[in-house]
Every structure is written in structure tokens, then in C-alpha cells.
Design a binder for this molecule. Sequence first.
Ligand code: NDP
Ligand code: 2IT
Length: 448
Amino acid sequence: MAIKSTYIQSVYDTVKKRNPGQLEFLQAAMEVLESLEPVIEKNPELRDAGILDRIVEPERQIIFRVPWMDDKGKVHVNRGFRIQFNSALGPYKGGLRFHPSVNISIIKFLGFEQIFKNSLTGLMMGGGKGGSDFDPKGKSDAEVMRFCQSFMSELFRHIGADTDVPAGDIGVGGREIGYMFGQWKKLTRLFNGVLTGKGLDFGGSLVRTEATGYGCVYFCNEMLKARKSSFDGKTVVISGSGNVAIYAHEKATQLGAKVVAMSDSNGYIYDKDGVNLQTIKRLKEVERKRIKEYVNEHKSAEYHEGCFDIWNVKCDIALPSATQNELDKKAAEVLVKNGCIAVAEGANMPCTPEAAEIFIKNKVSFGPGKAANAGGVATSGLEMSQNSQRLAWSFEEVDKKLHQIMVNIHTAASQAAEEYGTPGNLVNGANIAGFMKVARAMLAHGLI
Ligand code: NDP
Ligand code: 2IT
């Protein structure tokens, strides 16, 4: 695909000039801008109001120093980020990623995607993202705590339950959110919904842990229903073995599928009898070990070095749930050749644009991350609602709401794809449906 409109090309050229070398951000911006060509054609007032020119520029970008001391007394300095991208629909909302690869481009791509994803949930949330190039792997709990406290000692100035509400992402789970919430409370003396993904004892929501993985499977199930199919009896491959991957496995299995492969950044396991979820949960959530340990306990399984080869495993359904650009054109071609019928992105932007194009061309149902993984942030929105009410809803109640939101997102994306001339193309559909609500709000707010 390529941009045809000279106006949209000029918006993209400005983004490129302003953000040199920010490859992930440029990739995400290009995908959305391409989808919006027919929207701008039909709604010239959006062009006149400079909605596109404004939406690609973050409202605020915060970069800060995070000094901390390891257990041996050595000083380390990391870089912290918070990108407050767009607040047209509500407080900035989006996760924090702690991973050595984190840089401004990655945080901006994630923050940009979050604008449209959060809009699709139908809840009142703007888009933001943050994180650090800190690597939690191999660190003691005390080191992680000191890092989180130092990170929050600066971040607390910029966030708030009604201004900006961070949550988890890669490398940030319940442990990290707990330490950050503690430091927030100490610094501000406020016990409120400033972070989501909190522990259940102090304002967390039931289902938030499961939400992204469950939501991804609920969304994929809608795509399967649309082609008169289901998860029942299907073979599934899920990349990653973190929060999203684990709960995608759990829900896919509950719906009758068999998950035969999972991975971490070192390699993947293939278990012809189905990957045992209890073993993965213990290895990853409790012991924080590498996935290759799995084969010591399950003789039916094989371990292969190299995480990207997981897509060679034959499957009906693929749920890429590790990281950006982990599934390229070649992998997409192999999946198509092996008879894969559906791909739903549990991760953010895991498929390269070329891979997504291959799926769409070959009539593989393709659910882009902004739609398919919106269940996590949607349940964060539900956590915010519960915190505002000072109430906690039951597991069934939250799960029911999450399920309905995922069904609604599928409907909205399908309808927008149809209305704007590319039926079945959920990349275009999700971008357009997400964008329209933000654009209307920005128009109503005037030039700010
Ligand atoms: P976790 O930190 O819990 O797990 C990440 C998993 O992906 C691990 O298995 C990790 O392996 C693997 N991984 C990370 N980086 C790489 C890499 N560069 N190459 C290969 N594998 C890698 O994170 P989450 O499960 O929370 O997040 C996974 C994806 O889902 C991310 O794209 C995130 O943005 C997205 N997402 C998360 C949501 C949430 O609620 N948590 C919501 C929506 C999207 P290893 O342990 O070896 O690093
Ligand atoms: O990418 C995402 O949507 C997340 N990491 C979850 C964000 C949130 O605020 O729950």
C-alpha cells in the first residue's frame, strides 16, 4: 500500500521530518494515515481543522533521569519516558514498558496506537504511554523496588487519576505496579485510581490480569464466527509467554482449542500434546525462569533456540503476543501455506505491514492489535470506574463487560471497513472507527 492523497502525504512528510529515525513511530503513523484517506475525502472539514496534523503530534513528551542503586551499592542511570499523546476523549491512558530496547520511537508508536485503541473501547480514555530502558530481568525484588520508587519520584508530577493513568506493559506487572503505587501514595498522600493493574487488595479489578489475553481470544472468536468457524478443535500457536500470551492460552483452551507452541525471547517450545498452562504459569509468573525449562518436565515437548521460528509450527490460528515486528512477510507466507485461517494481534504491532498485507490478500481473518488487544486497557477503564465508585465488581460482571466491549469493537471495525469501501479489512476498519470519535471530540474542543 502507499499514500495516494497529496495532503496525507504532506502530513506524513512532516512527521518524518520532525521525527528522524523513529522507525516504529513512523510505521504506526503510516498505517493509520493510509487507512484515513477515504475518511478525509468524505469529511473535508477534518482537513480544514488540521485534525491529522494535530493528532500525529503528542500533546506533551516527558523524558527524565532515573538514578538507582543496585544491591552491591553501584549507581545506575536509566531514562524514563511518558508521552501524553491525546486527551480528547479523557485522561491520558496507557501502559509503562520496562525493557532495554525502550526508546522514544517505541514509546511514541505505542502512545499513538493507544489513542485509537482506547477510543474503540467506547470508554472515556485518551492515549498515552511510558516506560524506561531499565531491564527487570535478573534483578532482585529490592532492586526492582528501588528502581520503581525512583521512576515514580519524577513521574508523580505528571500523572493523576483525572489527568494520566499508567498501567503495565512488557516488564511491568503486578509487582512493579504495587511498588509504584506505594511511592505515589507516599509522595502525594492520595489513595486513588492513578494506576491500573493494582493488586486486588488495594483497588485492583478482577479480570485485569486476564483481560488482554481473554479479550484477544474473544475478538478472534468474533472473526471466526464471521467465517462460520470457532476455536473448537483448532490448533493454536501463541508467541510470548508473558501476561498476554498466558491468558490467551487459558481462554483459547477453555473454548476447545489446543495450544501447541509458545515462546520467550530466546526460543520456542512445541508440545504436540498441548502446552501445559500450569507449568508455564509457574515458570513465568512465579519462578521467572526461561521457557526452555519446560522440556525438562514434559517429555512430549521440544525446545528450539530462536523465537521468530515459532511461525513455522503448523496451526489454524496464530496469536502473536510478544512484541512489535515479530512476524514478518516470510513468516506470514509460511502461516498461509500451512492453512492458518485467523491471526489476532495480542501484542502491539507484532506483524510487519508486509505480513498484514499477505494475510488480508489471502483471506486470513486478521485482527490488528488496536482492536484485538484492547481488552487490557478496556478493563483498566473498568478499574478506573470501580475506583471512582469505591466499589469492586465480581469476576463475572467484569468479564461480561469485557466480552461485550470486544464484540462491540469487532462490530464497529467491520462496519467502518464496509462503509469506507474495504469490507473485511479490519486494519482500515479499526483505524477509521477509532479515529472518528477522537476527530469529532477534537473538532468540538476547538483549536487547542
Ligand atoms: P510481558 O512482559 O508479560 O511478556 C512479554 C513476553 O514477550 C515475554 O515472553 C518476553 O520474553 C517476550 N518478548 C518481549 N520482548 C521480546 C523481544 N524483543 N523478542 C522476543 N520476545 C520478546 O508483557 P505482556 O505480555 O504484557 O506484553 C506483550 C505484548 O502485548 C506487548 O506488545 C504489549 O505491548 C502488548 N500488550 C499488553 C497489554 C497488557 O495488558 N499487558 C495490553 C495490550 C497489549 P522474555 O521474557 O524473554 O523477554
Ligand atoms: O498496550 C496496552 O493497551 C497496554 N499495555 C494496557 C494499557 C492500560 O492502560 O491498561
